[in-house]
Structures are given as C-alpha cells and as structure tokens.
Write a protein that binds this ligand. Structure first.
Ligand code: GLU
Length: 486
C-alpha cells in the first residue's frame, strides 16, 4: 500500500448528483492507480439538510459504479468512525484547542442580533459578515456571558491583515486578502461542527494525502488554510475539480435531464458506461481517447490531467457510450442485466427468454429500458392495438385480410419457427402469390404479432414468441379484419 489516502466526503442530502459522484470517481481512480486507500466519510453534521435514507443512496451509487471503498461506514478502518455525527467529541476538543491558542473565540451573539446586523449591512450595500463583537470581549464580559449560561458558538479568529494562499494542484495558487475573510463559525451551539472545522480535523486525523472537492468550495479555501495553520498542521495537496454543467453552461440540474446516478441506473444506463463517461468529465488522457474500461482508467489516471475548465454533460454522448457498452456484453450477461427492467415493468419473463431476446435488441438500443419497449409484446398473453394499423399504406381491409390468411396458411405448416430463413422465404412466396409488396405483407403480419408498426426483426420475434401465441395473434387479427370486410 502506498501513502496515498483519498476520501470522498458526501453529505447525505439526497441521491448523489453526477457532478458529486464524479469527484468520488477521481478519488477512487487515484487511490487504485497509486495502490493507495479510498475512503468514504459521511459528512452528516447538517442535520436539517439530511434525508432519511441519505447514506444508503450514497453507498448504493458507489456500489453501482463499482467504487469499492477500503475504509468507511460499514467496512470500518483504523481511522473511524467514518460518520462525522459520531465524531462530535473530536471537533469539540479541537475547537477548544484553538480557543486555548487564541486562534478561535466564543461568540454569544443571539441569532436575532446576527440577523439585525446582516440587515443593516445589506441596507448599506456591504458584504455580510460577523462584526467581531465577541472577539474583543474583556475577560470580565466573557465571564458574565458564561455565568448567565448563554448559548455560544466557536468562531475562527481570522487574521485581519496579510494574505492567505492555497496552492491548488488544478487551479494553481489561489490567494485572498484576510480582511475579506469572515470569522467563520466552527462549532455551533448544539455542539455540531460546521463543515469547515470538521473537514480540516478529519482530513488531518485520517491522514488524507490529497483533497479533491468541487469547484464550488473554492471560496472556503482561506478558512481551511487558516485552520491548518492554527493547528500547526501540514496542509495536504488540494485540488478543486471543475463543475459539471449542462449544454447551456449552467450547473447541471433537473431541467437538463436526469442528474443522479441512481436515476441514470433506472433510466437504463450501465455502470461501465457511467464510469467511463463520468471519468471523462473534466479529465482526459489526450484529445482523442474516449473509451476506457475500469482497468484502463486505473492504469492511466493521473491528477495532472484533471482540467480546470467546467465540464459539459453531453447526454447524447452518454447514450452513445452506453450503446457501445451494451454491444460489448455477452447475450447471457445482457439477459441477466435486463431482468430488473422487465420486472419493474411487471412483465413476466425468465432468463431463458431474455437470453433469446438479447441478440435481437443488443444492436438496437442505447438504454436498457428500450429493450422493454421493443420486446414487451413477447412477455404478455396478448397485444392491444388499433386494428386499423393492420391495414398498411396502399392496402384495404380486404387485402390485409388476404395477407394474413396467406401468412396463417404458411405458418401453420411449421411446428416451430426456428429456421427463420426458411419461414421468411416461404412467407415471401406467399406474398408473391398474392402479388403483394413485401412491406405490405410483412407489415400486416408484424402488427398482428407484435402490435407495433415498427418492431424487432419479425422472424426472430415469432421464433421467441412460439407457434402457439403467434398463431393465436394472427387468428385474432384475422377476426378483427373480417368484421370490417363484411
Ligand atoms: N460534504 C462536502 C460535500 O458534499 C464535502 C466537500 C469536500 O469534499 O471537502 O460537498
């Protein structure tokens, strides 16, 4: 094992967004590339924002993508616990250490006072920030607040002069004048830390070697750097990874389409495709390579190839990638993976049937769900459709009926439809004898058997459907047309 220790630190606020999980992919790939350790740490200190099954949604997303963590909730490790809500004593202890060092202070301001202060600042057009009132309390004043047992928070005493710099390995040096940094709350009155204190304490205690997080956290860097300095700790390399945007260059959101991995899985995207596609959002090997297996990604992934410009989420490209990976699957594997989609659609099927369907749909679909829309007719007793569809272009009820009668007579001779070529050749002969165009003849038969005007290859469909159901559907279509011809 190398010394590389990287963590994915999600907050359990809902199904992880693809932009968020993409950071987990970078963490995972870097850990595997370096033979290091991939850690999952749950940042559950903002209880108001938590959703009930938040942790499960996170772990489920990671499992789906095959991002197996080496340390974290449920697997444990030497640096646990891995849920911040179980580490409150550590944050308290560290906040007190900062107070003792003079790098932080207790603030007794009420939320009403802070609200009023903000309003005044806003009315003046000033940046809203804490006004230092409790930072310069005398010992007596402080004792007075303590005696009264007032609720208090711990704030970082940000130096009022000088500059703070972070050497970001993606963006280069980020620098800010300290006078522009607010005295951040580190520990809340309920004993919970804010993100800023918890992230620094944990990254240090867990010996994280590289910190990667979304670009949207860049404004927080001075607080973190100042905390590291106040503790006297070495700051590990930090990299802020580019945001994931929609085609309109706005943050990827629901109006663009699906945004969570869990949702993409339901939409019919394969883990392989998602992993490949997401890894390429904001990272590239060169200007041409698009397709990478998991192992190839692990082999070639390096931090210096992470881009700093925002990444655009191209849904069309994801579909293309997914179609590619679907075509790579064996029929057996595809059948296994199709099963949950058919179950969800309440279609009764089994592996053998899906194994037969697999080669028919494999080349035709970009999403697994499409196999259901294309193949559902195989797994129901009967198909529902408008009988008018049986009458194709340039036909009338009479000619459609004639086509189906001829098809029926031809198919009747076969105990099974396994020899697709022969069945088709015979049907062509029947169409010729009627002097009918193949498109018309097969069109009528297609609707009768599948209920659709466009469908999977007809001969293959009849083979899978079997003689009994096929003949019953043809007979039913004939009956429907007979009613119209009379
Ligand atoms: N909990 C933070 C988030 O979900 C973590 C950011 C970080 O990785 O430091 O955005």
């Amino acid at each position: 094992m190398s010394n590389v220790r990287v963590r994915y630190a999600p907050s359990p606020t809902g199904a992880p967004h693809v932009g968020n999980i993409r950071t987990a992919i970078f963490d995972y790939l870097w850990a595997r590339h370096t033979n290091g350790t991939f850690i999952v740490r749950v940042e559950d200190t903002d209880q108001a924002r938590e959703v009930e099954n938040g942790l499960e949604l996170i772990l489920d997303s990671l499992r789906f993508l095959g991002l197996q963590w080496d340390e974290g909730p449920d697997v444990g490790g030497n640096y646990g616990p891995y849920e911040q809500s179980k580490r409150l004593h550590l944050y308290k202890q560290h906040a007190e250490e900062l107070i003792a060092k003079g790098a932080a202070y207790y603030c007794y301001c009420t939320s009403e006072r802070l609200e009023q202060m903000r309003k005044i600042q806003q009315a003046r057009g000033e940046q809203t920030r804490y006004d230092y009132r409790c930072r310069y309390l005398s010992a007596e004043e402080r004792a007075e607040h303590e005696r009264a047992g007032e609720p208090k928070v711990v704030r970082l005493a940000v130096p009022r002069e000088g500059k703070t710099t972070l050497s970001d390995f993606i963006h280069g040096d980020l620098t800010i004048a300290n006078e522009n940094v607010d005295d951040q709350v580190l520990l809340k009155s309920d004993g919970f830390p804010t993100y800023h204190l918890a992230v620094v304490v944990d990254d240090h205690l867990m010996q994280i070697s590289h910190v990667m997080r979304g670009d949207d956290w860049i404004p927080s860097f001075p607080k973190h750097v100042l905390l590291y300095q106040a503790f006297g700790w070495e700051i590990p390399p930090h990299g802020h990874v580019p945001l994931v945007l929609g085609a309109d260059k706005k943050k990827l959101g629901k109006r663009h389409g699906s945004t969570s991995v869990v949702q993409f899985r339901e939409d019919g995207y394969l883990a392989e495709a998602m992993l490949n596609f997401l890894a390429r959002l904001g990272w590239s090997l060169d200007d041409k390579s698009e397709l990478f297996t998991r192992q190839q990604l692990i082999d070639v992934f390096t931090l210096d190839r992470i881009e700093h410009a925002p990444a655009i989420f191209d849904y069309g490209k994801l579909d293309w990638t997914n179609g590619y990976y679907i075509r790579q699957l064996s029929d057996d594997d595809l059948a296994t993976r199709l099963m949950p989609f058919f179950e969800k659609a309440h279609l009764k099927t089994d592996h053998t049937m899906l194994r037969l369907l697999a080669p028919l749909v494999k080349e035709r679909m970009k999403k697994m769900t499409e196999a259901v829309t294309m193949g559902d007719f195989l797994f129901v007793e009967d198909v529902e459709y408008d009988p008018q569809l049986l009458i194709g272009k340039g036909m009338d009820a009479k000619s459609a009926l004639a086509a189906l009668h001829a098809a029926q007579a031809t198919l009747e001779k076969y105990p099974v439809f396994d020899d697709e070529e022969k069945v088709e050749a015979d049907l062509r002969v029947a169409a010729d004898q009627l002097g009918m165009k193949y498109a018309q003849f097969f069109g009528a038969l297609r609707v009768a058997v599948t209920g659709k005007t466009v469908s999977l290859p007809l001969m293959g469909s009849m083979r899978i459907l079997g003689r009994e159901k096929t003949m019953r559907r043809v007979a039913r279509a004939i009956k429907a047309l007979e009613g119209q011809v009379l």
